[in-house]
Design a protein around this ligand. Structure first.
Ligand SMILES: [Fe+2]
Ligand SMILES: [Fe+2]
Length: 182
């Protein structure tokens, strides 16, 4: 694999792994703060980030070795509103800068497996930013988020609020691959 795409996959793996843990921590805080649906949203999206991390890791299967992995990672365990600001910022960075740049590099380098993995993540992150923005509006208004079941695709991390469709529109996986957080 080309060095630059391998490095980008490692960095994305690190970023997604940390986002997974951070969202679980922020989900616990939201539950404590009395926002059970915001907590459920954090846990659903944490699961999507885990799928992305697993996908990136799998693409690196032939690239063994030890690396220091630099990744953008937000810190802080504040109010749920403040945590949502961090979540929105991270998702927006991934959608507007990180994944488009990683995708373009992987395309130029003909790294097809990495292109698929980056594209799966990019598609999901777009919905994450929007869902977290809605959550912040609710919390800042002093009430919990209204939230239907959240579907997460186990193959690509696609994230969707509502009833499960027949298949994932991003990767084509069947309904049995969709996990509902309800
Ligand atoms: Fe995300
Ligand atoms: Fe999918």
């Amino acid at each position: 694999m080309h060095a630059m795409t391998a490095g980008n996959l490692r960095s994305a793996y690190g970023g997604e792994s940390m986002a997974h843990m951070r969202y679980l921590a922020w989900g616990n805080k939201a539950a404590k703060d009395g926002f059970p649906n915001v907590a459920r949203l954090f846990r659903a999206i944490a699961h999507a980030e885990r799928v992305h991390a697993m996908n990136h890791f799998a693409r690196l299967r032939g690239e063994g070795g030890d690396y220091l992995v630099p990744s953008m990672a937000a810190f802080g365990l504040g109010s749920t509103s403040a945590n949502l600001v961090g979540a929105i910022g991270g998702e927006t960075f991934e959608v507007e800068e990180m994944y488009p740049a990683y995708l373009e590099t992987a395309e130029r380098q003909g790294e097809k497996a990495a292109v698929v993995s980056f594209n799966y993540a990019l598609e999901a992150e777009k919905t994450h930013a929007a869902l977290f923005t809605r959550a912040k509006e609710a919390v800042d208004g002093g009430h919990d988020l209204e939230l239907r079941p959240v579907q997460i695709c186990e193959v690509c991390g696609w994230t969707y609020e509502g009833e499960a469709p027949e298949e994932c529109p991003i990767c084509g996986a069947g309904r049995d691959k969709l996990t509902a957080f309800a």
